[in-house]
Design a protein around this ligand. Structure first.
Ligand code: UD1
Ligand code: CA
Length: 456
């Protein structure tokens, strides 16, 4: 196999996005567009990836990190000028160079592999990835001669009426013979409607130099979408959502309403789990098998074991063991670790806490910075008072403890194993194992109070 290299074009501002954020960094399904592109490239045994950065270069480099090396394009003078910035890094090498735009996030690694292979199995100097689309507005048109050979690519703004009618478009993705690419780029001018150095012009230049150029037509035109504005961003998101959701359904997961279910690229789900309508699964979330994720739940970067049932709840950066039931309307904030068969009920918030197996917190409770043992009953309205106005403190509750309703557990404090906290108690001192803590004024009844009030 010939050496494979890649140039990712990511220097443009993306004016049509009307955004402070560089276009490349707008995300679909949890990854920025340029990361989708670099991932697909990485899966193709590409040895050198050079990203051309310019607008928002620092942000783009921070996002891609060491997955790429970088060449800086100070002024965005066109896609041809952009590729030329990689010359110093690549000119000495021999092999095939993929050029791909950072704003075509739906191209799959399989497609890129086919493009590489088509090129490698031919004697062409350039192989361009094209697509036949219903509406070619905005794309460069692929012009073929009477023998159906590709002769040039014409940008929309430079096209005549018959060229405008062509429905075969340039996806902005090409594989070139590396040496020939940089040779041809030297001849590209900016003598066109936009005053830019167009990369696609190298096709005609190579042709005139007697080189062979060829095209590989994309099977699924949905992959070709180049995102230039937020309408296209949403369209790309819909297509990717369908791709991801179809993948999970084929893997044995039920999506009750797949067009209304948002799953990001790195989410994993086990067999026979049911995902109801309106669910968002984000980040590096892993869900086990046989779970039910109820409608409108949002789960971000969390690990959920098998047989977990969640109703209308929000879960972030947390871990949930087997057979847990959560919700409706619970909120698990970061670093919540929930043990097996725990029940977290309605209007319960948990943060940075460990909750032992079989513990129950059924209603209206705040558990913050606490380590709660196994089989504990946390009564309705209990608050783990973790903040003194300046610092956060932890509290601890032992196994089999019973916390009555509406208790305040004022951290730092410890409640022992099998200890009891009476309803309404405010606990500021440790409670030893098996003791009962009460801290409330004794009840006093004033008899005949109604009558006293009438006589006032
Ligand atoms: C480009 C192609 C067009 C193709 C379309 C596919 C050109 C001249 N036209 O048009 O034939 O149909 O993609 O989506 O190439 N960029 C730079 N530096 C620059 C200019 C652009 O890095 O100086 C980057 C952009 O950030 C973007 C990519 O190159 O990632 C494409 O640029 P864009 O302006 O979006 O080109 P299109 O008009 O879409
Ligand atoms: Ca584009």
């Amino acid at each position: 196999m010939r050496k494979r290299m890649a140039v990712v074009l990511a220097a443009g501002k993306g004016t049509r996005m009307k955004s402070q954020l560089p276009k490349m960094l707008h995300a679909i399904n949890g990854l920025s567009m340029v990361e989708h592109v670099v991932r697909a490239v990485q899966q193709n045994h590409v040895e050198d990836i050079v990203s051309i950065v310019g607008y928002g270069a620092d942000q783009v480099e921070a996002t891609l990190g060491s997955s790429s090396s970088y060449a800086f394009q100070a002024e965005q003078l066109g896609t041809g000028h952009a590729v030329l910035q990689a010359k110093d890094l690549l000119i000495d090498k021999e092999g095939s160079t993929l050029v791909i735009c950072g704003d075509t996030p739906l191209l799959t690694s399989e497609t890129l592999n086919k493009l590489f292979e088509t090129h490698e199995n031919s004697s062409s100097s350039a192989t361009v990835l094209t697509a036949i689309v219903g509406d070619s507005t905005g794309y460069g048109r692929v012009i073929r001669d009477e023998n159906q050979t590709v002769v040039k690519i014409v940008e929309q703004k430079d096209a005549n009426a018959s060229e405008l009618a062509v429905r075969e478009i340039n996806t902005g993705t090409y594989v070139f013979d590396n040496q020939k690419l940089f040779k041809a780029l030297e001849k590209v001018t900016n003598d066109n409607a936009q005053g830019e150095y167009y990369l696609p012009d190298v096709i005609e230049i190579m042709k005139n130099d007697g080189d062979t150029v060829s095209a590989h037509i994309l099977e699924d035109m949905n992959e070709a979408i180049g995102v230039n504005d937020r309408v296209a961003l949403a369209k790309a998101g819909q297509i990717l959502t369908k791709r991801i959701n179809d993948y999970h359904m084929r893997n044995g997961i039920t999506l009750v309403n797949p067009t209304n279910t948002y799953i990001e690229v790195d989410v994993e789900i086990g067999q026979d789990t049911i995902i109801e309508a309106g669910v968002s699964l984000k980040g590096k979330t892993t869900i086990g098998s046989n779970c039910v994720i109820g409608s409108n739940s949002e789960i971000d970067s969390s690990v959920i074991a098998d047989y977990v049932a969640i109703k209308q709840s929000v879960i972030e950066y947390s871990q949930i063991a087997e057979k847990v039931t959560i919700g409706p309307f619970a909120h698990l904030r970061p670093q919540s670790v929930i043990g097996e068969e725990v029940h977290i009920g309605n209007f319960v918030e948990v943060k940075n806490s460990n909750v032992g197996a079989k513990t129950k917190a059924g209603h209206l409770t705040y558990i913050g910075d606490a380590d709660i043992g196994q089989d504990v009953n946390v009564g309705c309205g209990t608050i783990f008072v973790n903040y003194d106005g300046k610092h956060k403190h932890r509290s601890k509750v032992g196994d089999n403890a019973f916390i009555g309703c509406n208790a305040n557990i004022v951290a730092p404090v410890e409640v022992g194993n099998r200890a009891f906290v009476a309803a309404g108690a405010t606990i500021t001192k440790n409670v030893e194992d098996e003791a009962l803590a009460i801290s409330r004024v004794d009840q006093k009844n004033i008899p005949n109070y109604w009558e006293k009030l009438q006589n006032k």
